[in-house]
Ligand binder design. Structure first.
Ligand code: HEM
Length: 541
């Protein structure tokens, strides 16, 4: 072998030996020293061994799609406090909700939320207190109960479209026809229409929020297809005030992209910021990164379209366009696009996953379903109009208990939302966590707390909402979170659920295709059902 050949080899040996020598030092400095120094007073908190030294444990767990279930099991094993990462403690105590998320406690969202940013920070991923307060002031006004009432006709329009589609499929199914996967893989048997209701709820939620946030629906219900227009070049679309022809549009599967994005961001966000640029290069994460970009492209295209064709429609986008901060300033183009995107993301599959879970529990518990249908029949009488109005259903106690109970059992926001302890730290259950400690309260586990919900907290039983102490339950009921970062769209979300569930349950009777099967889920940022196959029969009202 020539001397020339030997040089690179020697170089390679040198690099390898240097790496082997440096690696243990790096591991000690980055993992062992912080553990021993224990700046956040977490060393005594029990948890998986790897989680005490490295963020890898939580990164891996989050990427597997069952984080809340895993954390729940850890709380059963270790008790109230569980260490999920070197600086992250999960606290399974309803009282902790009021401390970690409360108004005025000074805690902020952690750098977990940086992994959700695209285009520009939106209300959801803005971490700075002053920036958030400014945005929240503009946006919360839009979601006041009075304003939300203006959106009711839009909700009812698309619920009506969904019922028309299911009626059409039902009539075809009883004649022995069948359909495609996009239509929920439907077929007829035993006088019922059998289908996966999840894609239909997704189409419904996307059409509603597409119409409200962007001024036109995606047309998913009527095409029975997961498809939304996206700007190929966001730069061109952002610049454009002309017609759509000035930038290229393609259609992408928005529901799928939103799932990919949620899983990507939720597992990227638990890794240290310095690792993220490298982890992004791994194939699975690369796909997620593309999903973040594509999703932003939907908002870019939709806002560009709206700005080129001004309208006097009243919708979320027109309200955002008119919203002014304390100095009287309107939002700029990028901020407006980011807020419209935030509403698309926050207001779409949250509602569809919740509607799907409620349907699952009603199909699973025929007694509850029949009791609800009796309440609806009595309240709505023999009205011809088969899409309920908000006025008709806003005070039906059993309907509300059913929705609350299903949101308790299947809170689409299940994982503990991470917050940074403020100046002076926080003390929970006698344990002090100093400034900078990352704390979260796992909604999935809190929603199964036996002190709050009773010994049968694992069972779906709406009657508990009439039997137990309301204050205790409300303190432990966290589907929309608490405090300054609680869901700003809650009024709209609840109105949607009331109208969707009352209209659908009044018109159809549901059974599960596989009665013993639990609702299969996969969790990214949200805990989402994977499918929900039901048999539907039209009721005679
Ligand atoms: C059943 C439906 C819904 C559920 C369960 C839900 C739940 C939540 C939760 C738990 C949060 C807190 C997230 C965090 O702190 O990381 C949140 C925030 C938010 N939600 Fe909802 N949501 C729903 C529907 C909606 C709708 C329909 C909209 C608007 C169209 C919306 C807009 C938002 C926004 C903008 C935030 C961020 C608020 C902030 O940080 O100030 N949500 N939601």
């Amino acid at each position: 072998m020539s001397a020339l050949n030997l040089i690179p080899l020697a170089g390679a040996d040198f690099k390898l030996s240097t790496i082997l020598a440096v690696l243990p030092v790096a591991v000690v400095l980055t993992h062992i020293v912080p553990y021993l120094a224990d700046p956040f007073n977490q060393r005594r908190v029990p948890g998986p061994l790897l989680a005490k030294f490295s963020d890898l444990w939580l990164g891996w767990t989050a990427s597997q799609g069952h984080r809340s279930d895993v954390v729940h099991e850890l709380h059963k094993k270790y008790g109230t406090f569980v260490r999920l990462a070197p600086n992250h403690v999960s606290i399974a105590d309803p009282e902790a909700l009021q401390i970690v998320y409360a108004h005025g406690n000074g805690s902020l969202k952690s750098d977990f939320y940086d992994a959700f940013v695209s285009i520009h920070r939106g209300l959801f991923n803005t971490r700075d207190r002053a920036d958030h307060a400014r945005k929240r002031k503009i946006v919360s006004h839009i979601f006041s109960q009075k304003n939300v009432m203006e959106f009711e006709p839009v909700l009812r329009l698309y619920v009506g479209q969904l019922l028309n589609e299911w009626d059409r499929l039902y009539d075809a199914a009883v004649k022995g026809e069948s359909g495609t996967e996009g239509e929920g893989g439907w077929f007829g048997q035993g006088g019922r229409l059998w289908l996966d209701c999840l894609p239909w709820y997704n189409y419904l939620a996307f059409d509603i929020i597409g119409d409200l946030a962007f001024g036109s629906p995606f047309g998913m219900i009527q095409s029975a297809k997961d498809s939304a227009p996206v700007a190929v070049s966001q730069k061109d679309a952002m610049k454009s005030y002309g017609t759509q022809g000035e930038y290229e549009i393609v259609n992408i599967p928005a529901v799928q992209i939103l799932n990919d994005r949620g899983e990507f961001s939720a597992s990227m966000g638990v890794l240290p910021p310095s690792w993220r640029p490298y982890v992004r290069l791994l194939p699975w994460y690369r796909k997620g990164g593309q999903a973040v970009k594509n999703l932003a492209g939907i908002a870019v295209a939709a806002v560009a379209k709206r700005l080129t064709t001004p309208t006097d429609r009243v919708d979320l986008l027109s309200k955002l366009q008119q919203g002014r901060d304390d100095e009287g300033n309107l939002m700029g183009r990028e901020e407006l696009t980011a807020e419209a995107l935030t509403q698309l993301i926050a207001g779409s599959d949250t509602t569809s996953n919740s509607s799907c879970a409620i349907t699952y529990y009603l199909a699973c518990y025929p007694r509850v379903q029949e009791k609800l249908q009796k309440e609806l029949d009595e309240a709505l009488g023999t009205e011809d109009e088969y899409v309920s109005t908000f006025e008709q259903v806003k005070r039906l106690p059993y309907l509300e208990a059913v929705i609350n109970e299903a949101l308790r059992m299947h809170s689409t926001s299940s994982l503990g939302l991470p917050r940074i302890a403020p100046e002076g730290g926080l003390t929970i259950n006698g344990v002090h966590f100093p400034k900078g400690a990352i704390l979260s309260v796992p909604t999935y586990t809190i929603h199964r707390d036996q002190n709050a919900w009773g010994g049968d907290s694992d069972v779906f039983r709406p009657e508990r909402w009439f039997e137990r102490d309301h204050t205790t339950m409300q303190k432990a009921f966290n589907p929309f979170s608490f405090g300054p970062r609680a869901c700003v769209g809650r009024n709209l979300a609840f109105m949607e659920l009331l109208i969707i569930i009352s209209s659908i349950l009044r018109r159809y009777h549901f059974v599960l295709a596989e009665p013993e099967k639990p609702l299969d889920t996969r969790e990214g940022f949200l805990r989402k059902p994977i499918e929900c196959r039901v048999g539907i029969k039209r009721r005679q009202v």
